[in-house]
Design a binder for this molecule. Sequence first.
Ligand code: TPP
Ligand code: SF4
Length: 295
Amino acid sequence: MNSLPTSLPSLQAKDFKSDLKPIWCPGCGDFGVLQAIYRALASIGRAPHEIAFVSGIGCSSRIPGYTTAYGFNSVHGRALPIAQGIKLARPELLVLVAGGDGDGFSIGGGHVPHTIRRNPDITYIVMDNQIYGLTKGQLSPTSPRGLKTVTSEYGSMEAPVNPLLYVLAYGAGFVAQGTPADMAGLSAVIEEAIRYPGFAFVNVQSPCVTFGPEDAQVKAHRAIMKSLASIGHDPTDRLAAMGVAQRYGEELHTGVYYRNPEPPPTMGALVKDRQMELDGKAVARERILDAFVQK
Ligand SMILES: Cc1ncc(C[n+]2csc(CCOP(=O)(O)OP(=O)(O)O)c2C)c(N)n1
Ligand code: SF4
């Protein structure tokens, strides 16, 4: 857990709700994700003006605009580098990133490993609906094999990317999964991700009711979801987490896959140390020069 203040009773979920009305299709899973984010932010207790919320482009990437935090609906696939820049320039801000599976694991997929190896203290929430929603139903990197879409009329021939294994393999310190079918569980993992001191990833199975796979619906999730705690998973065991994550696409597990019990230094902490080191060297250099001039 990091030094974020624990819940301030004065902030409620409604304080994070902006005046903008979501234009998602009725029944879209992203409504539930938004509610879970409001709840998590209320529990965290940071005021909206202390939060920077960055997204890429997609239906899911509209989410920052529906909150009262500072929002940046940026460029398709480029939310993570922008968020890292914000966190470096303004380390005191709470930085959240959100977007779709296409945004994060197709066009933006190359940024994920590099963000993980730098370990900025940011939270990345992916609304994984296995489709490109905004552009009306093309194959996405997480589309299941066989899915018929406008770009795979006879069914996809490709194996899906596994977002959980992807981030675990690169060493993400916090990895969790949720679904809007379990609002309490989803807001709890988002809150825990925000409190983790380092890069934290939450994959949300957020159904696209208009273009997504037919069996991916909130109601269907409720019937099949299984918490990782109920199967006795140990979230401090990264290899065990990778083992369970292999079942992505076959079973719907919710909860924390992995939480590094000894979080490594964040990018912000390392930069601060380097700055102090260089400042110290600059002071020493000035002293030597002063001594030289005085002679
Ligand atoms: C550079 C660039 N390439 C392509 C697009 C078109 N585009 C916009 S959103 C999107 C994919 C949306 O899918 P996803 O990121 O999974 O989000 P969703 O809409 O499903 O929430 C694409 C291909 C774009 N806006 N910019
Ligand atoms: S197209 Fe899909 S992802 Fe986009 S708002 Fe509609 S249901 Fe949601």
